[in-house]
Design a protein. Structure first.
Length: 133
């Protein structure tokens, strides 16, 4: 058995659990504020996630201040459980920084249209399942 791999996976799982708990905490905090009809908690999580992703990535990649293993735990484990919107924002921004605005626009359009479409497809399929049960 590859113990270092198991240790890395265990740390990744812990980082993911912490990201999940952080998301829950933000939802609880924002929810307790009674902020209208918009999904404000989700927006806060997504914005905080984008801010944190940009900070960690820049400190790791551009400044070398965060080791590769720690960056992996923070961005894949913690941020992956906290929000995947931050990864979407990073990848779109990366396309822009490479001088590929059309690819960035296609990424934005397809991710949103296909994601929302898939949500409604799932909703529709669940309705069919409940009628057939």
């Amino acid at each position: 058995m590859d113990t270092p791999l198991l240790q890395r996976l265990g740390l990744l799982a812990v980082a993911g659990a912490l990201g999940t708990l952080a998301r829950l905490g933000v939802y609880a905090l924002v929810g307790s504020m009674g902020l209208g009809r918009l999904p404000v908690a989700t927006m806060v999580v997504n914005v905080l996630g984008c801010l944190a992703f940009g900070l960690v990535w820049a400190l790791a990649e551009q400044q070398g201040r965060i080791p590769e293993g720690v960056r992996w735990l923070l961005l894949t484990g913690f941020m992956g459980a906290f929000t995947t919107f931050s990864t979407f924002a990073f990848e779109t921004g990366h396309l822009m920084s490479q001088g590929r605005p059309l690819a960035a626009a296609v990424n934005i359009l397809l991710s949103n249209v296909l994601g929302i479409g898939a949500f409604f497809l799932g909703w529709w399929a669940a309705g069919l399942m409940s009628r057939g049960a």
